[in-house]
Design a protein. Structure first.
Length: 219
């Protein structure tokens, strides 16, 4: 789709409202956006989906990192409001790719998520959709494969599971669908001593391949 990446390149995206969230298993506190990265523009849904390539570009431009699967689990567990996943079913006459990427589908997804959020709610929200994540599965297809994860149910189980490291992801790096939103995540976190750390270093200390981590650079 490319619309969100276009907005970021032009400086036309909305500034996130940041929340500090403890990631106890890793011993750090991360900073995440209270909602997916958004744009305010006539004719466009507020929350637009992204591909893996666009996720990497936006993170590079804004000093962010993609989620890891276990961080996505931790954030959902900590969320004060857990959204019910909004799965939109196409009809037999719909072309799958066009339906998944259509602006009308994105608007419907936006509307059904907003309907679950109480007016004025300022807390942490879980299950906005599927994350494009940093995963050892990304080593397939010369590093161009993108791994999606999340869309947690109320009981904490993800609709989109992770799959084994040895299996290539289902999507290439340019695939987009309405549920693949970009939740902002700053590249730095804070450890228990108050020291700032690179979140990528935390990921690699927990098993992420340095080869995968090295594919993300910042402008």
């Amino acid at each position: 789709m490319g619309l969100l990446a276009d907005a970021v390149r032009a400086g036309g995206h909305d500034e996130p409202r940041w929340l500090r969230v403890p990631w106890s298993a890793a011993g750090v506190t991360v900073e995440i956006g209270a909602a997916p990265l958004s744009v305010t523009a006539p004719g466009l849904p507020r929350w637009l989906p992204v591909s893996w390539d666009e996720t990497l570009e936006i993170c590079s431009l804004l000093g962010w990192v993609p989620f890891a699967a276990d961080l996505a689990d931790a954030v959902h567990a900590a969320a004060e409001l857990k959204l019910e996943p909004v799965t939109l079913v196409r009809t037999a006459s719909d072309d799958t790719a066009k339906y998944m990427q259509a602006l009308s589908t994105c608007r419907t997804y936006n509307d059904r998520m907003r309907a679950q959020i109480p007016c004025g709610f300022q807390g942490l929200i879980g299950s906005w959709g599927k994350h494009w994540i940093l995963s050892n599965r990304n080593r397939h297809l010369h590093g161009r494969a993108g791994t999606t994860y999340g869309w947690h149910r109320a009981n904490g189980s993800p609709i989109q599971g992770l799959g084994p490291d040895g299996k290539a992801p289902a999507h290439d790096a340019v695939w987009t669908d309405y549920s693949q939103l970009l939740v902002p995540l700053r590249r730095h976190c804070t450890d228990g001593d108050g020291q700032r750390r690179e979140l990528l270093d935390v990921y690699t200390s927990r098993g992420l391949s340095r080869d995968v981590a090295s594919r993300l650079t910042w402008k």
